[in-house]
Design a protein around this ligand. Structure first.
Ligand SMILES: Nc1ncnc2c1ncn2[C@@H]1O[C@H](COP(=O)(O)OP(=O)(O)O)[C@@H](O)[C@H]1O
Ligand SMILES: Cc1ncc(COP(=O)(O)O)c(N)n1
Length: 544
């Protein structure tokens, strides 16, 4: 076998001449180790450790599920993904036509290759088609421990074809599940693990999660994608103490092939980046919901189980659009806008306020810090961005394009007397979100021309957070919505008592409400956000 030459690329600015003064002291200097024709270069301090997920799963020739879904999910979540293939399937949108199982010795060899060398953080498993493969996997995990193990107990494909038979169950129950940090059965798989009793409701899912946890995994997520007669898509997470019901709206689409594989890979990717289990599951569920929503009209294949687009991009290409999909208008449902005076009044940091709002269900966050020094603003924006992204929530910066650029925020929101929207767009580039405050149909039309992504319309009601701000009322809001080609979020004096009247306005592009005081001028931001979120979700459902 050839000796491998293993060289990591290093920015040229980091190389030092051996004679230069800095070469002895500079901690960023490259270390070159030569061991029997094997060269490895490592960097002090400037080394970049990439979060790494290893997926142990089957190949899906149709590209929608299995290894292919895992690679796409990890890439979309910006995590490196290596692969150990357990089976090759001939599969398309109609079903599974054939399965060729990889011999367990060769699965073991692939595992050894990757785990002995490549600094894997998290292992995610999918299709494990034979008891021997389950065994070699457990042996490898004991020999090369990793930070976390995510087990997706794949048994039957969405099309109803068997991918792993009952012979693997003993290995699952006795060896693999006790090693798992989280196991993610769908309702059919949960039933099989528990001996065949079908799950028909969310309370059945809770009971199943509890029983499966008794088999040894630290957390159980029972997925409800296939729960009959449900308008929501509810998953149940049980961590041994608490149950969390994670709800999203059910996207009406045939393109759900690979959702389970993708969800488990996203969870693994978020864990590899350092998230907690709850954060990882929430961010992953959001990712699936968004991906399904963006891909609901994709047509790939003639069957009933279509794949979806992990990069949310094909839809645009198919419409010949030159603009990139980068912004989901449904994110405007509950738009939390911070206020430093309120945080000061309640003795909270911006970060604590933002965290609580996200945990309560805020779907997008804007930092509007009018009287904070630049350095402080930037520091706060950076930490808030990290938290927002761990939940899959976009972060917008009010007015300060420099701060948005410096922290690589998701976008900016500008008012009529701030930086013009077309200049903001030029400065930020095509990928970022640009929002504009508008009071009139003319301003709404201009925002569209300027390349904005959404408009904020208001103040709808009088408010104390903005001085000298004239109100437009519900009629003015409706007029602006009708004139706007962009999605609209209503702002100004909105809270639980009047959010309903806003959502009842019968215009499809009115997507939600932006709120300051009703969240941040409250003793418990989390409860205030949670209440408003459930009210808005109900109202949004009625709108559909
Ligand atoms: N139509 C849908 N709309 C929204 N979320 C969905 C839909 N179908 C599945 N999901 C979500 O996708 C994830 C995978 O669930 P599920 O489809 O039940 O798994 P599997 O692919 O293993 O059968 C879950 O978070 C589930 O709630
Ligand atoms: C190789 C492989 N692994 C997993 C699945 C499950 O995915 P789904 O439940 O969406 O059919 C699959 N169909 N193929």
């Amino acid at each position: 076998m050839n000796e491998l030459c293993h060289i990591r690329s290093i920015p040229s600015s980091c190389f030092c001449s051996p004679n230069s003064k800095t070469s002895q002291k500079n901690p960023r200097q490259a270390l070159v180790k030569v061991q029997a024709n094997r060269v490895s270069i490592s960097m002090h301090n400037s080394e970049m450790k990439v979060p790494h997920v290893l997926t142990v799963a089957g190949s899906d020739s149709g590209g929608g599920a299995g290894i292919q879904a895992d690679l796409k999910a990890c890439a979309a979540r910006r995590v490196y993904c290596s692969t150990v293939i357990t089976a090759v399937t001939a599969q398309n949108t109609v079903g599974v036509q054939g399965v060729d199982i990889v011999p367990e010795e060769f699965v073991a060899e692939q595992l050894r290759s990757v785990l002995s060398d490549m600094h894997v953080d998290v292992v995610k498993t999918g299709m494990l088609p034979s008891p021997g493969i389950v065994k070699v996997l457990c042996q490898s995990l004991r020999e090369f421990p990793v930070r976390a193990l995510v087990v997706d107990p794949v048994m039957v494909s969405t099309s109803g074809d068997v991918l792993s038979g009952p012979s693997v169950l003993a290995g699952f129950r006795e060896e693999l599940l006790p090693l798992a940090d989280i196991v993610t059965p769908n309702i059919k798989e949960a039933a099989v693990l528990l001996g065949g009793v079908p799950l028909r409701s969310v309370s059945d899912m809770r009971a199943a999660a509890k029983l499966i946890r008794d088999m040894g995994p630290r957390n159980v997520l029972v997925k409800g994608g296939d729960l009959p007669d449900s308008s929501d898509s509810t998953d149940v997470l049980f961590d041994g103490e608490e149950f969390y019901e994670l709800r999203s709206s059910r996207v009406n689409t045939r393109n759900t092939h690979g959702t389970g594989c993708t969800l488990a890979s996203c969870i693994a990717a978020e864990l590899a980046k350092g998230s907690s289990i709850l954060e990882a599951v929430r961010a992953s569920k959001r990712f699936i919901e968004t991906a399904l929503d963006y891909s609901k009209d994709l047509v790939i294949g003639n069957g009933t189980q279509g794949p979806f687009d992990h990069f949310f991009a094909l839809k645009n290409i198919s419409q010949n659009s030159t603009r990139q999909d980068k912004f989901n208008p449904n994110d405007l449902l509950l738009y939390a806008v911070t206020d430093s005076r309120m945080n000061r009044k309640w003795g909270r940091s911006i970060l604590d306020a933002v965290k609580a709002a996200i945990e309560g269900g805020a779907t997008i966050v804007q930092l509007r810090e009018k009287d904070v020094e630049t350095q402080e603003f930037l520091d706060a924006a950076k930490v808030c961005l990290e938290v927002c992204h761990s939940y899959g929530v976009p972060l917008i910066i009010n007015d300060r394009i420099d701060v948005a650029l410096a922290c690589d925020a998701d976008g900016v929101h500008v008012g009529q007397s701030d930086m013009p929207a077309h200049v903001a767009r030029t400065l930020l580039g095509p990928e970022k979100i640009v929002g504009v405050s508008c009071k009139t149909p003319e301003q709404a039309q201009q925002a569209w021309i300027d390349g904005a992504d959404y408009i904020g319309c208001g103040g709808v009601y009088p408010t104390t957070t903005k001085e000298n701000n004239s109100t437009v009322g519900l009629d003015g809001l409706k007029e602006v919505c009708l004139a706007s080609k962009l999605p609209v979020v209503a702002i100004g004096g909105i809270g639980p008592s009047n959010a309903h009247s806003i959502m009842e306005i019968d215009v499809p592009n009115l997507k939600g409400v932006a709120v300051v005081s009703a969240l941040f001028d409250r003793e418990c931001i989390l409860t205030a956000t949670r209440n408003l979120h459930s009210l808005l979700s109900e109202a949004a459902k009625l709108k559909k």
